[in-house]
Design a protein around this ligand. Structure first.
Ligand code: SF4
Length: 263
């Protein structure tokens, strides 16, 4: 079995870490690397696309694959272009909740509707962390952030449920507490021929934890106590929300091209 040091050597570039102590960003990088190691995909065939925010730094420049660091909220359209240009590539999108569901929410909906063969990992820390901890669409009602010091007057929305309703083939939710399950889910996403979306609840001790009097370990313990693999439980569900076969966009485009005699 490959060791942690070997995973780091093989998959992580030797840059100083941009993450605060206790951040979940490095854990997501670890899970992605281990999933690729377990899969039959070569890292030379992976392109990782990210937008703007702390989560965008997870692949770029740290992951030792080809990376494309794009503009705020636009990772999915850039990734779609990569996939349409070369359908043999395994295209991963790593995006924070503000980037993916806020600024880029419309692209997320249509990526799911088109069921384009991307693997989208939405790293959800519940706010805009890199710019100071502003309220995001994923911030819970009543939660205090930099811009909602008296509590969020709005409600959050269930992004994974929205993506499922929009038409994605594969949707799941895990947390950084569930590393074993998360690694298996990323591997499953890579095997899926269609839009795969994994919401990864991730601790941000700096912008979120400090407001709640919690450090990174406390936040992991919170995930342990407040999540359940039982859909009937009152706790936050973690696991696979849907896994269905349906037409995929890029395959359909190339089939039409073939039927029309090529380009
Ligand atoms: S601000 Fe939060 S999400 Fe960003 S690197 Fe620090 S702990 Fe991680």
């Amino acid at each position: 079995m490959i060791t942690a040091a070997e995973i780091k050597e093989k998959y992580v570039r030797n840059h100083p870490s941009p993450f605060c102590p206790g951040c979940g960003g490095g854990m997501v990088l670890n899970a992605m690397s281990r999933a690729v190691e377990r899969s039959d995909v070569e890292k030379e065939d992976i392109v990782a696309v990210s937008g703007i925010g702390c989560a965008a730094w997870i692949p770029s420049p740290h992951w030792r694959v080809d990376t494309l660091h794009t503009t705020h909220g636009r990772a999915i359209p850039f990734a779609s272009g990569v996939k349409i240009a070369n359908r043999d590539l395994e295209v991963m999108v790593v995006s924070g909740d503000g980037d993916c569901a806020g600024i880029g929410g419309n692209h997320l909906l249509h990526g799911a509707r088109n069921n384009i063969d991307l693997n989208v990992l939405m790293v959800n820390n519940g706010l805009y962390a890199m710019t100071g901890g502003q309220v995001a669409p994923t911030t819970e009602h009543g939660e205090r952030t930099l811009t909602t010091p008296h509590g969020n007057p709005a409600s959050s929305f269930e992004v994974a449920e929205v993506v499922k309703a929009a038409g994605a083939s594969h949707v799941a939710r895990w947390t950084t507490y569930h590393m074993k399950e998360l690694i298996a889910e990323v591997e499953k996403a890579m095997e899926t021929d269609g839009f795969s979306f994994i919401e990864i609840m991730t601790q941000c001790p700096t912008r979120k934890g400090k407001k709640q009097g919690m450090d990174g370990i406390d936040m992991l313990a919170w995930y342990k106590e407040n999540t359940s693999k039982d859909k009937e439980s009152d706790k936050m569900f973690v696991g696979t929300l849907c896994d269905v076969e349906k037409p995929e966009l890029v395959g359909s485009i190339y089939r039409q091209i073939d039927e029309l005699g090529g380009v």
